[in-house]
Design a protein around this ligand. Structure first.
Ligand code: MN
Length: 251
């Protein structure tokens, strides 16, 4: 039976994780290893300057007082009896699109899995505060996708960044394969004061805007499609590399 490692960055008690773990039971044996609290936007951080505590909550369900990357490292190195066939990170509350994927703990957990040679997927769904989140729609597509990945694998050093529209499943228009989009905002920074009158800055909020480029993750999602972007671990810009080699030689 396939072993499926499930993690996230919203924390062990988040609904998206619960729905994902439940859905993955239909596909294989599930082990959940997730942060003990929300660690969104921690990126690919690894905790090296303090020890990590693992708590076993119940059968095949663990929590770690660290980052999503810590969870993957400890799971593969210590907790699991064998290498997982697939790693799924999510279902994140909030889309992971375009330039924002660099901040994402959800995507970074999948990057870590890929570094270990495990086919890995990051699953996210956008939300607005007042609206219900259709996690079951994301679960529906994740089941299909994981089955396919188990059958066919993924190219080396490649993970899938999946964003599912926040719609009932029957309203989703289909699945499209996309490239990473480009954000154009204005990082929202709020000025605030502590009880002693000292000024602080709070990053967050604001409404991101995006370039309307064709074939991107953001455009697909806005149009009601599931967006699947294959991401590569090698960030080298090969075109720039060959230009630099030719023209900057005398440096
Ligand atoms: Mn998150």
């Amino acid at each position: 039976m396939s072993l499926i490692l499930v993690t996230n960055d919203d924390g062990i008690y988040s609904e998206g994780l619960r729905v994902l773990a439940e859905a993955m039971q239909q596909v294989g044996e599930v082990v959940v290893v997730a942060p003990d609290r929300e660690r969104s936007a921690v990126s690919h951080a690894l905790t090296m300057h303090r020890p990590l505590k693992v708590e076993s909550l119940d059968h095949n369900r663990y929590t770690v007082n660290g980052t999503p990357t810590d969870c993957v490292v400890v799971a593969i190195g210590k907790l699991l009896s064998r290498k997982p066939s697939v790693l799924v990170s999510g279902i994140n509350r909030g889309a992971n699109l375009g330039d924002d994927i660099g901040y994402s703990g959800t995507v970074s957990a999948a990057i870590e899995g890929t570094l270990f040679g495990i086919p890995s997927l990051a699953i996210s769904i956008p939300y607005e505060d007042s609206k219900q989140i259709h996690y079951s729609t994301a679960a529906h597509y994740t089941i299909k996708l994981v089955r396919r990945v188990l059958k066919e694998g993924l190219p080396p050093d490649t993970l899938l960044n999946v964003n599912v529209p926040n719609l009932p499943a029957q309203m989703v228009k289909g699945v499209v394969f996309t490239r990473q989009g480009k954000r154009t905002y204005e990082n929202a920074i709020h000025e605030t004061y502590d009880p002693w009158g000292r000024k602080h800055y709070w990053i967050g909020g604001g409404t991101p805007s995006w370039e309307d480029r064709e074939d991107t993750d953001i455009v697909a999602l806005m149009q009601g499609f599931v967006s699947i972007t294959p991401l590569h671990l090698d960030m080298t810009n090969y075109e720039a590399l060959s230009i630099l080699k030719q023209r900057w030689r005398e440096l």
